[in-house]
Design a protein around this ligand. Sequence first.
Ligand code: NAP
Length: 300
Amino acid sequence: MLTGMQIAVIGGDARQLEIIRKLTELDAKLSLIGFEQLDHAFTGAVKEKMEEVDFLNMDAILLPVPGTNLEGQIETIFSNEKVYLTEDILLQTPGHCTIYSGISNPFLNGIIKNSKRNLVQLFERDDVAIYNSIPTVEGTIMMAIQHTDFTIHGSNVAVLGLGRVGMSVARTFHALGAKVKVGARKSEHLARITEMGVEPFHLNDVEKEVSSTDILINTIPHLIVSASVLSKLPAHTLIIDLASKPGGTDFRYAEKRGIKALLAPGLPGIVAPKSAGQILANVLSQLLQDELLKRKGKVQ
Ligand code: NAP
């Protein structure tokens, strides 16, 4: 339970609603900022404007997945108001106040450092990344179906990277009957790819390995699908680039060659916002309960 915990939920999209639902069920007291256009009311949660919030007793601040932008503005789907997080706001909070966000950026890192508060980036956690790979793969399948005129079954699929997303993508396309090969650079990854029953190749050989690819799925956040790789791809190849912006594809050259290349960020929030919200809600509620127990232990 989170009885007695005071939490500010600032901005965000439908995923935050699952978090709000879960935290109110656990008896936390919530200040909701950037939600005035939301019709639904939650027991234990009060909609407030930033300037009305009492941050003096705030135990935690929950930001949406992107955190803030580089000016400190927070995305608010359920509000027309511009909401900003500032160093001054963080300095009003007690020293133990923890800020939770999906990812961070230089602005957020800067105000966290100057205010000496603790930032938890949920998307850096393996559990969140692995759970999130499930809706990510479903979104990838949706895109592959929408943008091709052939079945996934029997097609040649090349996956670049065997991280948390790459592994789920490779496994699922393999299970759908595609002929999957996966490119990686670590020998333990090449061993795992072999164990999975799909074809491994070293990324050094990527140009040579992609010459008969129907669908290329990149998960590497680094320019890997370069002009020289693109020049070896068949013209009908569909590229789905899952890596975080700006992706790992030379999109300019892909367009020049007439290859369809799609950057596909944020698939979990698009194809399954409820599940994506529940993933975050479950991990967050556990972290907050651990934090509360730790603090109670220190006080006793
Ligand atoms: P991850 O577990 O860190 O995996 C990244 C993979 O990229 C690893 O196999 C890593 O190999 C490889 N890699 C990184 N830098 C490389 C380089 N310079 N050269 C060659 N290989 C390199 O990350 P993840 O959780 O799978 O996520 C992958 C990407 O997808 C991230 O950018 C993430 O933000 C994004 N993502 C997108 C969506 C979406 O909806 N589109 C959803 C979730 C995640 P090594 O181990 O050898 O470094």
